[in-house]
Design a protein around this ligand. Structure first.
Ligand code: PDD
Length: 281
């Protein structure tokens, strides 16, 4: 495998950043994960727009022109011969002697790009079974709209889920509402058949997969409601599912050990999963 690290393509085994990289010391950086499907990068413009926004919010410069980042992403995919997989892009504020204040202007941001193949067949097997999720108190900072590499709360939440028989954690805010998953956005389908997902302006990452699914939902003429929903409402839902570049539309069949719907992936989630790539850029 080959990785791109600050201007060079290197063997993945040798790919390293400096110990004084601010990503390593302060989690002072942002990232993107994009799906590669049938050799194409899914929704690249939307991912780079979100990367731009994340960088802006943290006042980190692009490490190089956006078009150059695009070129590198394509190179890394090609050099790793990835047909179906995931690309990871990370930009940090760069390497500087440890000091909380921003480094001098001449410190260049660091960039790393990696790509790995994934198995659509294995993911499909998972989707046909559905996953279990485990609730977890929302304990993250208020700026979860920025896709930062500071993922310790997400790591702890997901590990808790795993140790309790789940594949994903659902964060529950102080009002008892689901914000999102540890690395996914959360959805339910009500008994009346309406899709519900929390509005993007508050308490969640604006998932690209979420946005694509919302486009699909409108195209298909399904009823949907962007509003917060509670854990109690999710227990009673007809269906539940999560969305992310890494999972696409993934049905949820259990929440905190309670069976959702009939315990099998729902028809709405299954259909949205099938149609997903018809709605991507
Ligand atoms: N996670 N919410 C959180 C907290 C996430 O980390 C992610 C993505 C999403 C879904 O966003 P998108 O649809 O753009 O992938 C929602 C990536 C895949 C990860 O950390 O691996």
């Amino acid at each position: 495998r080959i990785a791109y690290v600050n201007g060079q393509y290197v063997r993945h085994a040798d790919a390293a950043v400096h110990v004084e990289d601010r990503g390593y010391q302060f989690a002072d950086g942002v990232y993107e994960v994009c799906e590669v499907w049938q050799g194409k990068i899914v929704d690249m413009p939307r991912h780079l727009d979100r990367l731009h926004r994340s960088l802006n919010e943290l006042r980190i410069d692009w490490p190089m022109a956006r078009s150059a980042v695009e070129f590198v992403i394509r190179q890394v995919i090609r050099r790793n011969r990835v047909v179906n997989g995931l690309v990871y892009i990370q930009v940090t504020r760069g390497v500087a002697k440890r000091d909380h204040f921003f480094p001098a202007e001449d410190v260049a941001p660091s960039i790393v790009v990696t790509a790995k193949p994934t198995s659509p067949a294995a993911s499909q097997v998972q989707a046909e079974k559905g996953i279990a999720v485990v609730s977890y108190p929302e304990n993250r900072w208020p700026r979860v709209d920025i896709k930062t590499i500071a993922l310790l709360p997400n790591v702890l939440a997901k590990q808790h889920a795993k140790e309790n028989g789940g594949k994903e954690a659902w964060y529950i805010d102080a009002d008892g509402n689901v914000t999102e998953g540890g690395s996914t956005n959360a959805w339910i389908v009500t008994k009346e058949g309406a899709l519900v997902t929390r509005p993007a302006e508050n308490g969640i990452l604006r998932g690209i997969t979420r946005a694509v699914v919302l486009d699909l939902v409108q195209k298909e003429g399904l009823t949907f409601d962007e509003r917060p929903f509670s854990l109690a409402e999710a227990f009673e839902a007809k269906e539940a599912f999560v969305t992310a570049a890494s999972t696409l539309v993934m049905p949820v069949t259990r929440i905190d050990g309670k069976i959702i719907g009939n315990g099998h992936p729902g028809s709405v989630a299954t259909r949205l999963r099938e149609l997903f790539h018809t709605a991507t850029d």
